[in-house]
Structure formats: structure tokens, C-alpha cells
Design a protein around this ligand. Structure first.
Ligand SMILES: Cc1cc2nc3c(=O)[nH]c(=O)nc-3n(C[C@H](O)[C@H](O)[C@H](O)COP(=O)(O)O)c2cc1C
Length: 387
């Protein structure tokens, strides 16, 4: 997650845009599909052998050791979704669940951590948004509860927060949106990095994981474990990044429809129906009024956001609103919108944050099954190579 502004967080200006290209999937020209598309090389892959699984384990060993989990897969923290149930389910399944603190106040976070600990004895982490006004207290809550890993998201974490987390015994994971920042974060004490490409759901940076991985893995993978995020939907992709030097992956979108996820059934249904090209980043109408890109499924709300921006800009031009008021007005449009969609099920007006891998979400299934599928796909490639 890059430096962000979101309305689902406290005292933080909100910004989610919408795309002028938003159209229903039916309206888009779809290139004709060949009746029988050529099978990928691994389509006939034999089922993963024990040797292939052992090889996959070796590729994930460093990341898994860092996380203390069976697999080097972090559950991407998703506000309102990554709470006790999904986090514990992921950790129990062998991945590494991460609680999304989002706008929670310290006592609420303490409660959520305790509830998660009651559901799993496996390790899990907590994702803290760096501009939370009570960041220091939230770090303390994690330390008091002996949470082993703190993930700082939404901006460059203040050095004192990193120091406090480490001195308290937690490992620190930071998001690195560029190579220079990756180096700086490691100098500041980050024990591991997440590189999140623009394919991801939620607040995104401008660069794809494909490019970030090429820029950052060769330079940083030897120094600290680097986890890749954004658009990872299948095991083949996970494997390819492991082979490039990634320690593991952070996956969000694929876990939204886990049976254990408390997301509203209508939110899950939108994911099951959604295709990659429906998950678009917001677009700002006017450079004077920045909108931080958020990747989400297009809906009535995204359409109205475009109209809202246009109307606010018109009022600014007519002298009715000064620049600050206009910017705030645009930012407030999405206040509470993710909660509205995830918790209340208002999938028309709420924010349907989703990554491009949403097209690979085809049904609701237990977290363990989704994870096993990804591992099977990765191991099958290794088995096919050895055959
Ligand atoms: C609905 C949703 C909410 C998210 N909320 C957060 C958040 O609160 N904090 C954060 O650091 N990242 C957040 N993310 C990003 C995920 O943690 C993760 O990095 C991302 O989902 C990975 O990309 P993928 O969705 O393509 O798997 C969110 C993503 C989604 C889809």
C-alpha cells in the first residue's frame, strides 16, 4: 500500500477516484476467444510429487522461517475483512494472517488481537496505517499482546515507531514502493519488505509488480526477505516470483471470498462476478485536486464520484468553494465507503476495493482450500519440469 488517504481511516483525508472508462463488461469489445485455446505447457502436468513439494518448501523456506508459518504467504491486510475470523483461518491453514487495524482505536485493536489469539495458536501479524494519530499506542498494544510482526502501511513509517516495535521484540515489515525507499527502509530497521504492484486491490502505487520485482528483488532480496503483492492469483505466479528471489507473497483479493471471511454475501458475490478489467483505479478529473488511486470494482458509486468531482470543480471555478474546501469535499466523498460495502453489503454505493486477480475468484471456499490450490499449482509446475 503506497502513501494513502482513505476515508476508512481516522482523521485522514479520503480519496478514491473513479474511471471515466468504467463501463459494464458487456459494453466492452471482447476479442473472440478461440474455441479451444492452446493448452499451457503445464496443463498436462502430473500431480505434484513429494519431491516437487519439497522443492517448493525450499523456495519458501526463508519467508516461512521469517513469518513462523508453514507457507511463505501473508494474507494481505484488508480493512473490515482481515479480522479475527479470516486471520485465524489463514494462520491455521499454514499461511500468515494479518489483522488490518485500519481506523481501530487502541482498545479495539487489543480486543481484536485477543480474539484472534483465541482462535489460533499460530503466528499472525498486525497491519498499522502509519498516519493513524495514535500509531505509537497501537504499536504498544501489539507489543503488549506479543504480536510477533508489525506491518507498517500507508506511508513511510516514522523511525521512532520502527525502533519501538523492534525494541519491543516485534519484527517490522514495510511497504517499499521504489528501490531508493526500499534501501532507506532497511537502513531504518525494516526486517522485511512488501513490494506491492498496481495490480493490487485498494490503494495502489503507479508501478506494476512485474516491474517492481525486477527493480527491487535483484538489489534487495539478499539483504532482507521481500514479499511480492499485487495480482497474484495462482501458484504459477507465486512460483515465478520465488524463483526471482522473492521470499514469499502477500495475497489479498483471492482470500476475500474465503468461507471464513465475514465480508457481506453481496460483497463476495461482486467478487465472484467481477473480471480483471472491472477492477479499475480511480481517476482524477483535475490535477489541481489530487485523488489517490484506489483499485476497485466499478459501480454506481464510482460513476457518482466522477460527477461529484466535476460538480466540486465547477463550484470552485465559480468562486463558491476555495481550493482547500474543494479538495476536502472531493476527499470526503468516499468516507466510510469500504465499510458500507463490506459490512452493510451496499455494493452499489460503497467501495468495492478489489485487485485485478478478482477474475480468478470463482467461488466461496475455505481459506485452507484456496491456499492448497495455490500450492498445488506451484508444485505441479515443479513436478512437470522434473518429469
Ligand atoms: C478490500 C481491500 C482492502 C484493503 N485494505 C488494506 C489495508 O487496510 N491496509 C493495507 O495495507 N492494505 C490493504 N489492502 C491491500 C492488501 O493488503 C494487499 O496488499 C493486496 O490485496 C495485495 O494484492 P491483491 O489484492 O492483488 O492480492 C486492501 C486490499 C483490498 C482488496
Amino acid at each position: 500500500m503506497p502513501p494513502l488517504a482513505t476515508t476508512d481511516l481516522p482523521a485522514i483525508p479520503a480519496a478514491q477516484g473513479d474511471s471515466p472508462f468504467a463501463r459494464s463488461a458487456d459494453a466492452l469489445p471482447v476479442p473472440a476467444q478461440p474455441v479451444a485455446p492452446p493448452a499451457p505447457a503445464h496443463a498436462e502436468a502430473p500431480p505434484a510429487t513429494d519431491a516437487a513439494r519439497a522443492r517448493l518448501d525450499r523456495l519458501m523456506a526463508r519467508g516461512a522461517a521469517f513469518l513462523g508459518s508453514r507457507y511463505a504467504v501473508m494474507g494481505g491486510a484488508m480493512s473490515w475483512i482481515s479480522e479475527r475470523n479470516l486471520v485465524a483461518a489463514l494462520s491455521n491453514a499454514g499461511a500468515f494472517g494479518v489483522i488490518a487495524c485500519g481506523a481501530m482505536e487502541p482498545p479495539r485493536l487489543a480486543e481484536e488481537i485477543a480474539a484472534t489469539q483465541a482462535l489460533t495458536d499460530r503466528p499472525f501479524g498486525v497491519n498499522l496505517i502509519t498516519m493513524h494519530p495514535r500509531l505509537d499506542e497501537l504499536v504498544q498494544v501489539c507489543l503488549d499482546a506479543r504480536v510477533g510482526h508489525i506491518v507498517f502501511a500507508g506511508g513511510i513509517p516514522p523511525t521512532p515507531a520502527i525502533r519501538k516495535a523492534k525494541e519491543g521484540g516485534a519484527k517490522v515489515v514495510c511497504f517499499a514502493p521504489a528501490l531508493a525507499l526500499a534501501k532507506k527502509l532497511v537502513r531504518s530497521g525494516a526486517d522485511a519488505l512488501v513490494i506491492e504492484g498496481s495490480e493490487a486491490g485498494g490503494h495502489i502505487g503507479p508501478v506494476s509488480l512485474n516491474v517492481l520485482a525486477q527493480e527491487i528483488l535483484p538489489a534487495m532480496a539478499a539483504e532482507v526477505p521481500v514479499f511480492v503483492a499485487g495480482g497474484i492469483g495462482r501458484g504459477e505466479a507465486l512460483l515465478s516470483y520465488l524463483e526471482m528471489g522473492a521470499a514469499g507473497a502477500q495475497i489479498g483479493t483471492r482470500f476475500v471470498c474465503a468461507s471464513e471471511s465475514i465480508a457481506h454475501p453481496r460483497f463476495k458475490q461482486a467478487f465472484i462476478r467481477g473480471a480483471a478489467r472491472d477492477a479499475l483505479p480511480t481517476v482524477q478529473l483535475d490535477g489541481r485536486f489530487p485523488v489517490i488511486p484506489v483499485r476497485a470494482l466499478q459501480n454506481e458509486g464510482t460513476k457518482r464520484f466522477m460527477e461529484h468531482q466535476a460538480e466540486v470543480i465547477r463550484r470552485h471555478q465559480s468562486g463558491e468553494l476555495d481550493k482547500t474546501a474543494a479538495q476536502l469535499d472531493i476527499e470526503h466523498f468516499w468516507a466510510g465507503s469500504l465499510r458500507r460495502a463490506v459490512v452493510d453489503g451496499d455494493v452499489e454505493n460503497g467501495s468495492l476495493m478489489a485487485g485485478q486477480s478478482v477474475g480468478m475468484v470463482t467461488k466461496e471456499a475455505p481459506a485452507a482450500e484456496i491456499l492448497a490450490e495455490i500450492m498445488d499449482q506451484a508444485a505441479a509446475v515443479l513436478a512437470a519440469r522434473a518429469a
